[in-house]
Design a protein around this ligand. Structure first.
Ligand SMILES: *[C@@H]1O[C@H](CO)[C@@H](O)[C@H](O)[C@H]1NC(C)=O
Ligand SMILES: *[C@@H]1O[C@H](CO)[C@@H](O)[C@H](O)[C@H]1NC(C)=O
Ligand SMILES: *[C@@H]1O[C@H](CO)[C@@H](O)[C@H](O)[C@H]1NC(C)=O
Length: 424
């Protein structure tokens, strides 16, 4: 293990303190460090603790919520990663990882084959940790039978949708329950309480395959205790939006509407080399063995909250205490997810003829290189030309974490207004 620099150790220390203090729903801005948490109970530690527990520390008071593991036996085809002879080699140490990242982002990359290689077959049993919430009070609209199936991105786990921190302002599940909808949200494989798989496997196609399987099962009546789904809306954040887009482009029958947040289809505005540098990826288990020691060396994380902020947040439109919270809740990401996240950006969704909403922060650093107007609209309109309707919305002032900036409820309202207007 590499020696930790003092500033880094301090940052991790803060993150660890915060991780134990995430259960108080009503902390006011900037006093987060002062909050204390109730003692952890054994019932909430089925497969881990903190943000790796099957049962989350917080459920919205306006929902009936349960959490469960779903076993998915899956076989799928996807690129091999770092497996071709002329690609940069797999690493075993932090020093080798830095060398691979330097090679991939420098002029020398031209002399190597892409690490995203020829297709191979992957197969296994993938256990997916999921939560389902349905409104405590049915409002007569019938909307509780519309299930929002939410796929998180790179950085958070399933708590992205169900934050325990200042839920009145930032908890999307609570908001959606209040509008009468049910929400199914899950940890992608490799994250939270879902199966650990190799980071040299987990990639966009893995997430797409899991999502197609879950959506098909939910539409057939499974995994929604208390109700039977009449309609399924796929909701994504970032990597989860690209996976959702790829899924519905290929199998449009799995859903009745899509909502893609922190998403753009204009690949020329995604600066992948720049992102490899600004994410400052490190081997997650070396950075924090206590939290991430059960992942292989292909799972990565950024070193500090400030790296998160550069990529996900923009002043003056966020509160630093919210950034500190999201850092404390972070999950590692795999090299495969990182290198393939935008691969479906140019995939045509011509077969999709149902409602589609793309909702992205105006100043999204990751998918628009910091400024969306002018790049966000095309080729989205062309590739979603048959959507009925396609709504393109930019949320003012926000960067990538569009649901964790100030006025997050404004963004939530764009989503639920869109669904209501379209009869969902
Ligand atoms: C790439 O390979 C060419 C041909 O072998 C060689 O001349 C060149 O120095 C290499 N460039 C880098 C950056 O390694
Ligand atoms: C991406 O945006 C740029 C800048 O507006 C535009 O020139 C380009 O045509 C767009 N790409 C596609 C594929 O439409
Ligand atoms: C809040 O968000 C909504 C939806 O994006 C937007 O219309 C509104 O202008 C925002 N309000 C402020 C004060 O930025």
């Amino acid at each position: 293990m590499v020696a930790l620099q003092p500033s880094f150790a301090v940052a991790v220390g803060i993150a660890c303190m915060l991780q134990t203090a995430t259960t108080t729903p009503t902390a006011a801005a900037h006093d987060y460090d002062a909050e204390t948490s109730p003692p952890a109970s054994d019932e909430t530690a089925n497969t881990g603790s903190g943000f790796s527990a099957l049962t989350p520390s917080y459920y919205p008071p306006n929902g009936h919520c349960t959490s469960f593991l779903i076993p998915l036996p899956l076989t799928y085809t996807a690129p091999s990663l770092f497996a071709t002879p002329d690609a940069p080699p797999r690493w075993t140490s932090p020093f080798e990882l830095q060398d691979v990242l330097a090679t991939l982002t420098a002029r020398a990359a031209a002399n190597y084959t892409s690490p995203v290689g020829a297709p191979q077959t992957y197969s296994g049993r993938y256990d997916v940790a999921a939560s389902f919430c349905t409104p405590r009070t049915v409002d007569g609209s019938g909307r509780e039978k519309t299930v929002l199936l939410a796929t998180h991105g790179i950085g958070p786990g399933r708590a992205h949708w169900n934050t325990p921190y200042r839920p009145e302002e930032y908890n999307f599940v609570q908001w959606a329950l209040g509008r009468g909808y049910s929400v199914f949200f899950y940890d992608r494989v490799g994250c939270g309480a879902s199966s650990r798989i190799s980071g040299f496997e987990s990639q966009l196609a893995t997430a797409k395959t899991v999502l197609q399987s879950l959506a098909t099962a939910i539409k057939a009546g499974a995994h929604t205790p208390g109700i039977t789904a009449a309609k399924v809306v796929l909701l994504g954040f970032s990597f989860g939006s690209y996976a959702t887009h790829a899924a519905i482009a290929e199998t449009p029958a799995i859903a009745d509407a899509v909502v893609l947040t922190a998403f753009s289809m204009n690949a020329s505005a995604i600066n992948l080399n720049g992102l490899v540098r600004s994410f400052v990826p490190r081997i997650a288990r070396e950075e924090n063995p206590a939290l991430y020691g059960d992942r292989d060396e292909a799972y990565l994380t950024w070193p500090s909250v400030l790296d998160l902020v550069m990529n996900y947040f923009k002043l003056p439109s966020y509160s630093p205490s919210v950034a500190l919270f999201t850092e404390s809740a972070k999950q590692p990401f795999s090299i495969g997810e990182f290198l393939t996240f935008s691969s479906p950006a140019s995939t045509d969704a011509a077969a999709w003829d149902k409602p589609a909403l793309h909702l992205t922060g105006e100043l999204d650093y990751i998918v628009c290189d910091g400024y969306c107007p002018g790049v966000f609209e095309e080729p989205a309109r062309t590739l979603y030309k048959n959507a009925r309707p396609l709504q393109l919305s930019l949320h003012p002032g926000a960067s990538h974490h569009v649901f964790f900036h100030r006025n997050a409820t404004g963004a939530f309202g764009v989503v639920t207004d869109f669904l209501e207007r379209n009869g969902l």
